[in-house]
Structure formats: C-alpha cells, structure tokens
Design a protein around this ligand. Structure first.
Ligand code: GLU
Length: 482
C-alpha cells in the first residue's frame, strides 16, 4: 500500500504482456471542460494554503471539491455571506492525544492518537479509524473532509469524522493490539457516543480491533450502546458490514457500466490492495460476471489470469488476520505470478479499482492504463488517484468515479448498523444487501443528475462533489452560524 509501496517501487515495470489478452481500442469521449475555481473558492483555498501549507493531502482534497462546485457557488451567493466555505474546511473539533502501551517485550511505546470531528451538519460525526504508519493530522483531516461529503451522498443522517493512530499494525501480536486499543480508547471514550460520534474501522482496524475498542469503551462508560460500528454480528454488528464497502463499489461500477450500455459480465478487472475493500470487491465483481486478475500489497502485486475466486478469496482474509502485510505469500500459495516492488496498473484490464490507499495511482499509471485499453477506473480507497492521474484518465475518455461516491457503501451499512442498534433489531443479509444496493444506485443517480444539471454530463467527480456539498451547505445554512 502506498507509503510503503512507494518506497519499494522505484520504477514502473515492463511486464510481459503476452499471457494476457491484447489491449483493446477505446472509443474516445470528449471530456467536458473543467470549471475554473470561482473567486470566493479561490480566496478561501489561497488562505488555507497560507495557513497549513504542510497539509498536502488535505489541501489536495479541498482543491478537488472547490474546483467542482463553482456553478453552485455562482447560484448561491448567500453561501459567501454565511462563510460556508471558511467553515466547511475547518473541523469542528480536533482531538489529539498520546497513546502509551506496552509491547510483548515489556517495552513502553508511545504513539499519537487523533479524532477529527469534522462536521455535524447532517448528524453525529461518523467515520473510520485508521491504524497505519502514514497517519498524521493532515491525512486524517483529508479523510474527515472527504467523509463529510461521502456521508452526505448516502442520504442518511451522518456527519463526518475520522480518527486513528500512526501505529503500524504489521507484526503486532493479538495481545499487543488489545493493549494498544485499550489505551487508545482510554482517551477517546470521553468524546464519542451513539448520538455524538460513532467511529468504525478503516485500514488496520477490523472486527478484532473494534471488539477491543468496544470492550474498553463499555468498561469505562458502563454503556453497552452503538458508539462504534463494524461490531461482530453476535453483539450488535450488522450483517454484510465487512463486505459492504467492496460490494458497494461493485454495485457502483455496475451502474456506471449500465449507463454506458455495458455490464461487468466478461470484464477483466485490476484491483490493488488485499484488505477489506479489495476482498468485498473481488467477491461481488466475480458474482456479477467479471474476473479480478490482480491484488497488491507493499511488497508488489500478483497477477492471476484465472481470476481470484473460491479458496483464493478466503485466503485473503487469512492474509490480513495473519498480520503479514504482503501478497507474495498469495503468489506462492496459489502458484501465480508475483511482481515484487510493482503496482498492478501495468496489467491490461477493462476496469481498474484501486483499493489500497491515497495517491497510489499516478499520472504514469493512468497513461499505462489508457494505453492498455482500460475504460473505467473506480476508487475503492479514499483518493487513491492523484489529481494529474484523474485529469489524464478523464481526458482519455475513461469513466472515472471518486471514492466519496463509489466506496460510500461501507459507511452506509454503518448507518444501517446504527439504525439496527437504535431499534434493537438484527436485519437479514437480504434486507441489508437490498438497502445497500438501493443506496449505491441512488448515489449514482445523484452524481449523474448533478453533473448533467450543471453542464458536465458523465463527470462523476463534479457530480459527487456538487451532490455532497449541496446537502451539507444547505444544512449549515438552516442551522445558523455555528
Ligand atoms: N472507513 C470507512 C470509510 O472510509 C467506513 C467508515 C464508517 O463505517 O464509519 O468510509
């Protein structure tokens, strides 16, 4: 995954193309001209750059949203009067704390813990918890900002937040993870609750970690409530929550292809990552008739021309739970090609779904995808595609969807888990799946509708940003200057 992968990825590979199907010719769509930054947005962005020039990922995310919403700002001059943009880029609250924990060698370790309570315009703060060496205030601010619009797109009553720690979970024992989670929650419990802020998992935080976090929350508050989502099914979790992000991505891809008169049936799909999102994508893409031919980790990627299916999908879970953050073992176990230190975007494919981490697909990768005939790129991770790569793909006529739309299925089912916790119900898998599918279809409609309405048909970046921003901005206008 990115930061680690990038260190280990000095050059782009020229992998043998012969065993794969030949590149197809792509019909070129005319991209709509990008809207320029509206003066009010330009002023707020320039001010932000001056104040936090080191928060690179956050500035990248803000620029992407601001570049999309010019027509909305033009039509709503009252937003400037109410300082909507100045407020929307400022988290409502930033909580930072020390996490002290003892490892298996009795060594005392210190990490940084954070929770960014970004926006409560639409509901309690809601968003994941990331334990990864790359975590910083900037990365969490970008993720919290994105989460705010993503959650708005779900149509549910969810504000935006994000948290985590710069802990690298790789190589950590079960007992170490438990002690770390207990220490992290010993500070965080004061700031969360089912109607205040509801954290969930993200990279490095799965059902196991949510269990340890919840145990400590319950011990400290004496409340057994829905202050976390992604819980195990036996004690308040929702059916299909682990699969939800990946299933939602696949449903979104299916909607995009349907609009273009196609489907996933018979499509070759390149996926990066091997964690929770990739796992759900692999399952649902395969069920919908596509074939996922790559997975990746910090050590490189595997190419499996027969498609990742059956036992191989189960093995992905074993890999994650084993704590070995690497895909070489997958290559060895199933006798498929392993390409060390490389990213999967060199493999000819119809659809590419980056599911690892931010900025893992750059301009060179985008050019390679175009050259090899890729027609659709959909973000399973949050902002895995650089700004330059998005431009290259869109100019090349590729259908491109941002993570805030395509991967919203995870947080959407978290919203359904909250609903089940409030009512004391436990919904069937069929009910959750139908609700998830309806939400993803609706997000697709919002994106295409907004893009069309504002003169950029087929531009999912503009559609998602306008759709998400409009809902948050209107709620902020109604609630006054807070
Ligand atoms: N971490 C996931 C995301 O990026 C899920 C968040 C949640 O379920 O609250 O959307």
């Amino acid at each position: 995954m990115s930061s680690d992968t990038r260190a280990a990825t000095p050059q782009r590979p020229a992998i043998a193309r012969s065993p794969m199907r030949p590149a197809q010719r792509r019909s070129r769509r005319e991209p709509s001209p990008q809207p320029s930054l509206q003066p009010y947005a330009a002023r707020v962005l320039a001010d932000l750059r001056g104040r936090v020039p080191w928060e690179k990922e956050f500035l990248q995310a803000v620029e992407e949203v601001f570049s999309s919403i010019s027509p909305v700002l033009e039509q709503n001059p009252q937003y400037e009067g109410a300082s909507i943009l100045e407020r929307i880029v400022e988290p409502e609250r930033v909580i930072a704390f020390r996490v002290v924990w003892t490892d298996d060698q009795n060594q005392v370790n210190v990490n940084r813990g954070y929770r960014i309570q970004f926006s409560s315009a639409l509901g309690p703060y809601k968003g994941g918890t990331r334990f990864h060496a790359s975590v910083s205030l900037s990365s969490l601010k970008f993720l919290g900002f994105e989460q705010t619009f993503k959650n708005a797109l779900t149509g549910l009553s969810l504000g935006g937040g994000k948290g985590g720690s710069d802990l690298s979970f790789r190589g950590r024992s079960d007992a170490e993870m438990m002690r770390f989670c207990q220490s992290y929650m010993s500070e965080l419990f004061r700031h969360i609750g089912p109607e205040t802020d509801v954290p969930a998992g993200d990279i490095g935080v799965g059902t196991r970690e949510i269990g340890y976090l919840f145990g400590q929350y319950k011990r400290l508050t004496r409340n057994f409530d829905g202050a976390l989502t992604g819980k195990a099914l036996e004690w308040g979790g929702s059916r299909l929550r682990p699969e939800a992000t990946g299933y939602g991505v696949a449903y979104f891809v299916e909607e995009m292809l349907r609009d273009a008169g196609e489907s996933l049936e018979g499509k070759t799909v390149a996926v990066s990552g091997f964690g929770n999102v990739a796992w759900g994508v692999v399952q649902k893409v395969t069920e919908l008739g596509g074939s996922v031919v790559t997975l990746s980790g910090p050590d490189g990627f595997v190419y499996d021309p027969d498609g990742v299916r059956g036992d191989k999908v189960d093995y992905m879970r074993t890999m994650r739970l084993g704590g070995r953050d690497a895909v070489q073992q997958f290559g060895e176990r199933f006798g498929v090609e392993f390409h060390p230190g490389r990213r999967p975007w060199v493999v000819p494919c119809d659809v590419a779904i980056p599911c690892a981490i931010e900025n893992e697909l750059d301009e060179g990768d985008a050019e390679m995808l175009l050259k090899n005939g890729c027609r659709c790129v959909v973000e399973g991770a949050n902002m895995p595609t650089t700004r330059e790569a998005v431009r290259t793909l869109q100019e090349g006529g590729v259908l491109f969807a941002p993570g805030k739309a395509a991967n919203a299925g995870g947080v959407a089912v978290s919203g359904l888990e909250m609903a089940q916790n409030r009512s004391g119900e436990s919904w069937s898998a069929e009910r959750v799946d139908a609700a998830l599918r309806a939400i993803m279809t609706r997000i697709h409609e919002i994106c295409t509708g907004a893009a069309e309405c504002y003169g950029h048909p087929g531009d999912y970046v503009i559609g998602a940003n306008i759709g998400g921003f409009s809902r948050v901005a209107e709620a902020m206008m109604s609630q006054g200057a807070v």
